[in-house]
Design a binder for this molecule. Structure first.
Ligand code: NDP
Ligand code: 8X3
Length: 244
């Protein structure tokens, strides 16, 4: 099950796991894109269920997941998320803050809370959370987004501790710059500004992150890839990026 599968990292994960023989539950808010991806993945031989809901909406999330009717989920990729804005903290937009916190933190928690009990019952499963290098340290204009990804790190660590007595594995993948729709969303549709983020550096792709997620899920059962920081070669940290 992959949340936020209509674009970027989630979509790439869907392709990678389908190619690797998994059946898929793909979720996001845009039904048409889910259906288009479903058709593509079905051609690869995957059985695909689409669930259209907003992870910020607790009741809608509960209702959508209840519809799975006990389907066993082997791997949950908590990927749905976003950054909004790059303003100084003292000038930030209240709605942007709420959307980031509600999606990246509370939405991830909600899905986790609803899916993990089944994994515990079966004593089998894997939760892969998409954190970020942004969770390692704040960068200019990124305080609230960075804080949500620091929260993802802590929430992931806490889940791993709470599941240590089970065979369920927990992974935090922390990408750096990945060229997806992320920056277009961050800059509220300003494509020119979004393009500038990836100028002068070869960024990661969604497929690069999907490779890491697939590796973590494919590791022998006694191996738990707890955390992975994945950066473009010319990125050294959240704020050190060498550009030609
Ligand atoms: P995209 O914008 O390309 O994809 C984001 C996905 O999340 C979309 O499928 C979107 O689907 C879904 N989504 C967003 N909000 C919600 C919501 N409220 N409910 C359900 N689904 C939602 O960005 P990325 O692929 O880059 O981002 C994926 C994850 O990776 C995010 O958590 C992001 O923070 C993280 N990340 C990204 C990096 C980057 O540089 N790109 C680096 C590090 C981490 P829809 O709009 O259809 O709902
Ligand atoms: C996304 C990567 O560096 O733009 O989490 O915050 S960054």
């Amino acid at each position: 099950m992959i949340t936020g599968a209509t674009s970027g990292i989630g979509e790439a994960c869907a392709r990678k796991f389908a190619a690797g023989g998994y059946d898929l539950i793909i979720t996001a808010r845009r039904q048409e894109r889910l259906e288009a991806l479903k058709r593509e993945l079905a051609e690869m031989g995957a059985a695909v269920t689409t669930l259209c809901f907003d992870v910020r909406d607790l009741e809608a999330t509960k209702a959508a997941l209840a519809g799975l009717d006990g389907l066993a989920i082997d791997v949950l990729i908590n990927n749905a998320g976003l950054a909004l804005g790059l303003e100084k903290e003292y000038e930030g937009d209240f709605d942007d803050w709420n959307t980031m916190i509600d999606t990246n933190v509370k939405g991830l928690l909600t899905v986790t809370r609803l899916i993990v009990p089944g994994m515990v019952k079966r004593n089998s499963g894997h939760v892969i959370n998409i954190g970020s290098v942004a969770g390692d340290a704040a960068y200019a204009g990124g305080a609230v987004y960075c804080a949500t990804k620091a929260a993802v790190k802590t929430i992931t660590d806490g889940l791993r501790i709470d599941l240590a007595e089970t065979a369920v594995r927990v992974t935090n993948i922390k990408p750096g710059l990945v060229e997806t729709n992320f920056s277009v969303v961050r800059f509220h549709g300003d494509e020119q500004r979004a393009e500038n983020v990836y100028k002068g550096i070869e960024p990661l792709t969604g497929a690069d992150i999907a490779d890491v997620a697939f590796y973590a899920a494919s590791a022998p059962k006694h191996v738990q890839i707890a955390e992975v920081l994945v950066l473009a070669t010319h990125q050294a940290s959240g704020s050190v990026i060498h550009r030609d």
